[in-house]
Design a protein around this ligand. Structure first.
Ligand SMILES: CCc1ccncc1CNCCCCSC[C@H]1O[C@@H](n2ccc3c(N)ncnc32)[C@H](O)[C@@H]1O
Length: 709
């Protein structure tokens, strides 16, 4: 569609969402990482010079490593790629670089490859970078076990016989070393556990535990992911290392026996000394990829690399506070091909405190008669708690961060109080028609978990007079159970909070009258996605909602003002497109992968993004939810340049008006929202005092910005 009508907005918007999905963002980062590309090239050249003449590139992506092998003089080069999009891209790239007839690319997963069906003979070199932030997440162990058994020549044996070693096989990378450390980090904590005891006047004490779906524990349900990822060097508020980086695991990719035992190996236990007092919020993990004896790539936080680290949040009940000279007892395992890590106990003065049972004051400890005693047996003696914690709930990270956002809920509470007051007084004035016992109807159609309906119902209780009949659109049983628990523990009658089943597919069914002849006093809309974009179909929903309001009724929020500024950010450029042929070792790859460039970057932490501000923040656009005629679809503004540089992006965020005076911003350290940025097609060189003309267009909730001098 885009090729046919490049300016066709729907196609553009869909393409961006599809492109974001088809080609992962790290492809640009990886290809722009000249250091990484160069080290792989050196390792491949050395291997080919040492006799590896047949090469298989597993997970070729754009084909760059296969092309390195060919250019290094390998006789036969094969590549396989499981993603169709990347496979087609690799074919284009390889032929554009004149190697179409010398590199055979297969659209398949390496595990399906057979000899001689797919490749004629076993190869002497497998090269691959099928690793994620947690090293094993792309299945590299399984891929290499299969490769050693079916695709590679046997490894070199230390032979005493003087016969010349026949062709042998090897893998690049030859191995990896996994490092980990315990960190204290508020930013991680507020996304994975409840940090406050009350929000917006609601007491949350009744909720014993809220967890995010990131867990390694064996009893986590299968939907849990073992780790999340963060770029530690870019986390707002930073982090404190509570232990030194400690070596967790060494893997030799050239030893198939070791690879096989890794998956079946039982849990490994490590004792890591605490070097800094604090609360253990998470374990951070990264690795060194040893390409060969000389070259290795690190994904550590201390490097200035672009890679993220794997984050294992501590999900135990109590705060795991540690002192210097304590020791953390960690369990490491590679159960079902993921690197799994959890902190199970603290060892202090010879006593072991099992994290999962720390919430009882008695600290069920096991006195270690002497330090030498095998920790494992001591640990084994601790009964791992199997009693399901009655009030333990799992929420998404963004839902937990929202619940922890006290400012947002307090502001919302004030706005609703003002509304109820004004509605009551206007009802008193018309006392004749409407009996004051008539409830105020309130609907919260937030996506995901929200306590706003309950918060409003509780306000209705306080006043004693006319009640609030609140409806919540949360659908998940767990979410409804959590709201009921909070209603009960906050003295809100069960009947005051109902669930407005929004399982119907289109908005019109969700947004409808509370009952025939009744209208809503307040409707809460969810406007901004956590990633920093405006929710799709927001304006349509606002228009529908407005028709369902009683006189004086309000939509929350009533208005959204988009703010932005001009920045120069090389980081955003590196994440958005391959910058020419230099980073990719002279191979012509950029034009092909850059077809998947997406101009809007999301999930940004603007407070820690490396960038130079080239203007002051300006108002870009206003969305009026209470008056759709006030909305324009395109707006031009002139922005004064406040510093010389190259404008490469326009980050933006939102000021949300709950009512005429109460606002919350999506760009604050307690906000659960991230920010977004439009990366300009062509950077603008500017000088202080210049004026840049921005054209902002909003089409179906997706924003586009163009800039000219
Ligand atoms: C310093 C490395 C680093 C560290 C931390 N974070 C990121 C990185 C950068 N590497 C990320 C690559 C990650 C994606 S893997 C690259 C491509 O390979 C494909 N694939 C994966 C497995 C597989 C297979 N068995 N058979 C065929 N194809 C396969 C994927 O479809 C993908 O296109």
């Amino acid at each position: 569609a885009l090729k046919l009508r490049p300016d066709f907005p729907e196609a553009k918007e869909n393409f961006y969402r599809v492109a974001n999905w088809l080609v992962e963002r790290w492809h640009f980062l990886m290809l722009n990482d000249h250091g990484r590309n160069r080290k792989y090239q050196l390792a491949i050249q050395r291997a080919v010079q040492e006799g590896c003449s047949t090469v298989l590139d597993i997970g070729t992506g754009t084909g760059i490593l296969g092309m390195c092998a060919k250019k290094a003089g390998a006789r036969e080069v094969y590549a396989c790629e499981l993603s169709k999009t990347m496979y087609e891209l690799a074919c284009e790239v390889v032929s554009a670089n004149g190697m179409a007839d010398s590199i055979r690319i297969l659209h398949m997963k390496s595990l399906e490859m057979e000899i001689p069906k797919d490749i004629p003979t076993r190869v002497s070199l497998v090269v691959t970078e099928t690793v994620d932030a947690g090293l094993l997440g792309e299945g590299i162990i399984e891929s290499l076990i299969h490769a050693w058994k079916h695709l590679l020549l046997p490894p070199p044996v230390i032979c005493i016989c003087n016969s010349a070693p026949s062709q042998t096989g090897r893998v690049i990378p030859g191995g990896a070393t996994v490092f980990g450390m315990a960190v204290e980090c508020q930013e991680i904590r507020r996304h994975h556990r409840l940090c406050v005891s009350a929000v917006g006047g609601l007491d949350l004490e009744a909720v014993r535990e809220i967890r995010s779906p990131v867990s390694c524990s064996v009893d986590a349900d299968e939907s849990a992911e073992p780790y999340t990822t963060e770029r530690l060097s870019r986390l707002p508020g930073g982090f404190t290392a509570l232990t030194g980086p400690c070596r967790m695991l060494d893997i030799d990719f050239n030893n198939v026996q070791e690879l096989e035992s890794l998956c079946s190996r039982k849990v490994m236990r490590l004792r890591v000394p605490v070097t800094q007092e604090g609360v253990v919020d998470a374990l951070a993990v990264w690795f060194q990829l040893h390409l060969d004896q000389e070259n290795s790539i690190s994904t550590g936080p201390q490097e200035n690399t672009c890679w993220e680290q794997a984050i294992y949040p501590v999900q135990s009940l109590a705060h795991c506070s540690v002192k210097r000279n304590d020791e953390l007892l960690l369990e490491v395992s590679c159960r079902d091909a993921y690197l799994r890590l959890c902190c199970v106990a603290i060892v202090r003065d010879g006593q072991m405190f099992h994290l999962d049972s720390m919430e009882e004051e008695d600290y069920s400890t096991v006195a270690l008669p002497n330090p030498e005693v095998d920790l494992c047996s001591a640990l084994a003696s601790l009964q791992t708690r199997h009693d399901t914690v009655s009030n333990m709930f799992t929420l998404e990270c963004s839902e937990i961060a929202l619940l922890n956002n006290v400012n947002y809920h307090n502001s919302f509470r004030m706005a609703v109080e003002k509304l109820l007051t004004s509605l009551r007084s206007s009802r008193e004035m018309q006392a004749s028609e409407v009996s004051s016992s008539e409830p105020f109807y309130m609907l919260d159609v937030s996506e995901g978990f929200s306590v706003l309906s309950l918060l409003t119902a509780r306000l209705g209780q306080d006043s004693g007079s006319s009640l609030v009949q609140a409806y919540s659109s949360v659908e998940k049983d767990q979410h409804q159970a959590l709201l009921r628990l909070l209603a009960q523990s906050n003295g809100v009658e069960e009947s005051a909070l109902q669930f407005w089943l929004s399982h119907v597919e289109d908005d019109s069914a969700v947004l409808q009258r509370p009952a025939s002849e009744k209208l809503w006093s307040a409707i809460v809309l969810d406007c901004i996605e956590t990633c920093g974009l405006i929710r799709q179909r927001l304006m349509e929903k606002a228009t529908l909602a407005r028709c369902l309001l009683e006189d004086g009724g309000r939509i929350f929020p009533e208005r959204i003002v988009i703010h932005g500024l001009l920045v120069e950010s090389d980081t955003l450029l590196q994440e958005s497109a391959v910058q020419g042929t230099d980073p990719t070792l002279g191979f012509n790859i950029a034009p092909f992968i850059n077809q998947f460039t997406v101009p809007v970057h999301v999930f940004l932490d603007l407070s820690t993004l490396e960038c130079t501000h080239l203007s002051d923040p300006v108002e870009l656009f206003t969305l009026d939810l209470m008056n759709s005629s006030a909305n324009y679809i395109s707006r031009g503004i002139r922005v004064r340049v406040s510093a010389p540089g190259k404008v490469t992006a326009v980050p933006f965020w939102y000021q949300i008006y709950l009512d005429a005076d109460l606002t919350v911003t999506t760009f604050s350290q307690d906000s659960h929202w991230k920010q977004a940025a439009v990366v300009l097609q062509c950077p603008l060189v500017v000088n202080t005092g210049d004026w840049v003309q921005l054209t902002i267009q909003l089409h179906k909730s997706s924003i586009s910005i163009t800039a000219v001098r």
